[in-house]
Design a protein around this ligand. Structure first.
Ligand SMILES: [Zn+2]
Length: 441
């Protein structure tokens, strides 16, 4: 049995490994790692859908998380799938907990309230604009959401480090997570620790897929990585730790925001207030970044919704329409939507129900910012899956999928699990789907 430390770097591309290979933290891990390049994702390629697959080894059709955000047109889908009860399957935390190992998590998506995480500081934030706009209301509101999501020891960590937090803004959020990780490693020496960092992803959304700020974000991530490595060394557990760095998805460049709900509103399927907010709806397209999920309260409204969107298909602004059955069969997706649409290159799907159909991309919402994701899994850059530590055969490999990451890390760490139940497979096992690549860097 070995310890397991997993630090996901949101929106890390395989190509970025060439950028970070000489930074001290990444160099220490990459120099002795198995590097699985261009990992095949899930659809839509959204953080919570991806992380649910990474932590469980299941496709979305079985883990049940369809999107980052819970459908609620009246609030622009304000609440996210923060709660662990959103998952329909066991995760690494549950298998480790069953084996009586000590489990911990800091900032990992879809973990709030998880009974199988002993030391838990989940990823949660205050999403009500009326509360996060004012410092006087933000503090108590943040306390409230963390109190709901943390384990008792996680709450103590939150209390010790909450001064670093600025709601969900980065890099403050990752500074907070790192302080909690260092503290947690030294206090509890957990067998299993998962943590998620988001500064890189936010830099891409705000400034562009390959903006200069991306390199600055990578340097920040390296600093946080070094702090965690140093804490594991001080705790005496580093040499016996399976050390994992996964990315979750790529990004693509977006120049224009396409707002198909404008057409649904014109067709009478959405009631829109004068300020543009949604008063009621019969069919609504929930933006999932480069894609969108069409929900209808009544199935009989689906043909009207499909007809209303036809001009966008005719004009080539929507490149694909996939029925729920298509999404299920081709990508093992989940959700109660009727169909999904994929935007053409350089377009993102907006939420607006009034105004112009096509507007320049901005940075007011990650889903239709100048760089975003949520695209078909074969589009855009792909994440790496980096594993170092006892039992790992260093090298470069192809052929991995996100769903293979949980069984691979549990096998390497020696955490007992029912391999036949999972969708993914152990990439380190003899005869696995992973293909060895020439080791030329
Ligand atoms: Zn992400």
């Amino acid at each position: 049995m070995h310890n397991l430390f997993v630090m996901s770097v949101d929106a890390l591309f395989t190509d970025n490994l060439a950028d970070v290979r000489h930074l001290p933290g990444f160099a220490e891990i990459l120099g002795r790692a198995a590097i699985y390049e261009d990992v095949y994702c899930v659809y839509p390629t959204l953080t919570y859908v991806c992380h649910a697959s990474i932590m469980s080894g299941f496709w979305p059709e079985r883990h049940g998380v369809p999107h980052n955000q819970i459908l609620d047109p009246a609030t622009q889908d304000r609440a996210w799938y923060w709660d662990y009860t959103s998952l329909h399957v066991p995760t690494v935390f549950d298998w480790a907990h069953l084996a009586k190992l000590t489990t911990a998590s800091v900032g990992w998506p879809v973990t709030a309230g998880a009974g199988s995480i002993d030391h838990n500081v989940p990823e949660v934030w205050v999403a009500d604009p009326a509360l996060f706009a004012s410092p006087a209301s933000l503090g108590p509101a943040l306390d409230e959401v963390y109190r709901h999501g943390c384990s008792p020891s996680g709450w103590e960590l939150y209390e010790a480090h909450r001064g670093l937090l600025d709601n969900n803004r980065t890099p403050a959020l990752d500074e907070f997570d790192t302080a909690c990780n260092v503290d947690l490693i030294e206090r509890y020496r957990p067998n299993v620790l998962f943590t998620h960092q988001a500064t890189l992803d936010h830099a891409r959304h705000a400034h562009g897929v390959l903006a200069p700020e991306v390199q600055e974000a990578l340097r920040l991530h390296d600093g946080w990585l070094q702090q965690c490595i140093a804490a594991l060394k001080r705790a005496g557990t580093y040499d016996d730790t399976v050390f994992v760095i996964p990315g979750d998805h790529g990004h693509v460049r977006v120049d224009y925001k396409l707002s198909p709900n404008v057409l649904l509103a014109r067709a009478g399927l959405i009631d829109v207030a004068e300020d543009g907010s949604v008063l009621g709806w019969r069919a609504y397209l929930q933006s999932s970044g480069v894609s969108g999920q069409l929900y209808a309260r009544d199935e009989k409204d689906c043909p009207a919704a499909r007809d209303a969107l036809q001009p966008l298909i005719d004009q080539g602004l929507i490149s694909d329409v996939l029925t729920y059955e298509d999404v299920r069969e081709q990508f093992h997706g989940t959700g109660t939507f009727a169909f999904m649409v994929e935007a053409a290159p350089n377009y993102g799907i907006g939420s607006d129900c009034a105004g112009e159909l096509v507007t320049p991309a901005g940075s007011d919402d990650y889903r239709y910012a100048v760089s975003t994701h949520g695209h078909l899994p074969f589009r855009g850059d792909k994440p790496p899956f980096i594993v170092a530590g006892p039992g790992v055969v260093p090298g470069r490999y192809a052929g991995a999928r996100l769903i293979d990451e949980a069984p691979t890390m549990m096998s390497l760490a020696g955490i007992p699990f029912n391999a036949a139940l999972l969708d993914g497979e152990d990439l380190a096992a003899a005869g696995s789907r992973a293909v060895s690549l020439p080791n030329d860097w």
